[in-house]
Design a protein around this ligand. Structure first.
Ligand code: IPM
Ligand code: MG
Length: 353
């Protein structure tokens, strides 16, 4: 098949891990006879530096014209002045909104050889296999913001339609897995959460009677994620709760550098990004873990390009590279040899069948 892929390397370790994802996608194309055409575009701090805008119009055009978009990471201390009007993160939020990718799917998978990299006890990690479905284009991250000398506010709003469409995505995924959906909210305090719960209960009863629904308050969910993570199948939650809970969930896998994501809308096109940030402390050192980026590329093959067997081959290659002992700095343990971003990528490509 032929596909046009836009790459947005962004800031910090973004370019390092984007190079890893691109190499793996090229290797897949070579071996399976596909033709992927890559175009790079600016986003985030790199775009602010180059043209004064974290999401230039040329980038939006490139993304809208592509079959899929890959993003490395945005942000960094250089652009973090709290009084700055223009910030790298605005570029990413606007891109998600412009592309209409409201459903952010974040799988949490445990590689058996990395159980020791997690701060949790091995018996707690046994059987962990969950998907977190994070609402990505609404809620408090997109509400009106105000700031005066003495106060500030961020508005959190959700509509019935926004809740219905994300719960449908999550329920369909749960139906194709173990048939269990956990909706996370803060309905004891927040009005948006009470709406979220009403809409979810009604929709699940009428459209998904075969999917078991559980509801958890977000503070309790944060605890249950660590005390009984293997009980979860699919979790659905609003934008901010999903952002926070998935960083927490990455510790089940041992490193933020292992978790991929796919952001989808109603069409086939999607935005694929590792859930980690730009890690400015290790930017340019060539030691970042490319696994989350490569696993995000695998999700691109699956969800936007319809190449399921290629996606599985890439996921298997990551697992085999890890089983073979390849370890970047974030997952290295006593006795392991540490490898660079490039060497880890090369090892994944070597394991690709
Ligand atoms: C993520 C990140 C972003 C978010 C930031 C960089 C804006 O933390 O993708 O989880 O909050 O969504
Ligand atoms: Mg985050």
């Amino acid at each position: 098949m032929e596909a046009v892929i836009t790459l947005l390397p962004g800031d910090g370790i973004g370019p390092d891990v984007t190079a890893g994802a691109r190499s793996v996608l090229s290797a897949v194309a070579d071996r399976q006879g596909h033709r992927f055409e890559f175009h790079e575009a600016l986003i985030g701090g790199a775009a602010i530096d180059a043209v004064g805008d974290p999401l230039p119009a040329a980038t939006v055009e490139r993304c809208e014209a592509a079959d899929a978009v890959f993003l490395g990471a945005v942000g960094g201390p250089k652009w973090s002045d709290p009084n700055a009007k223009i910030r790298p993160e605005q570029g990413l939020l606007k891109l998600r909104s412009v592309l209409g990718v409201y459903a952010n799917i974040r799988p949490v998978r445990i590689y058996p050889e990395l159980v020791g990299a997690s701060p949790l006890k091995p018996e707690i990690l046994d059987g962990v296999d969950m998907l977190v479905v994070r609402e990505l284009t609404g809620g408090i991250y997109f509400g009106k913001k105000t700031r005066t000398a003495t106060s500030a506010s961020d508005l959190c709003e959700y509509t019935v339609a926004e809740i219905e469409r994300i719960v449908r995505v999550a329920a369909r995924l749960a139906g194709a897995r173990r048939g269990r959906l956990c909706s996370v909210d803060k309905a004891n305090v927040l009005e948006t959460s009470r709406l979220w719960r009403d809409v979810t209960d009604r929709l699940m009863a009428s459209e998904f009677p075969d999917v078991a629904i559980e509801t958890l308050l977000v503070d309790a969910a944060a605890m249950h994620l660590l005390s009984r993570p293997s009980d979860f199948d699919v979790i659905v939650t609003e934008n901010m709760f999903g952002d926070i809970l998935t960083d927490e969930a990455s510790m089940l896998a041992g490193s933020l550098g292992m978790l991929p994501s796919a952001s989808l809308g109603d069409g086939a096109a999607g935005l694929y990004e590792p859930i980690h940030g730009s890690a400015p402390d290790i930017a340019g050192m060539g030691i970042a873990n490319p696994c989350a980026a490569v696993a995000s590329a695998a999700m691109m093959l699956r969800h936007s390009l319809g190449l399921e067997s290629e996606a599985q081959a890439v996921e298997q290659a990551i697992a085999d590279a890890i089983a073979g002992g390849a370890r970047t700095a974030d997952i290295v343990a006593d006795g392991d040899t540490q490898v660079s971003t490039e060497a880890m990528t090369a090892e994944i490509i070597r394991c690709l069948n």
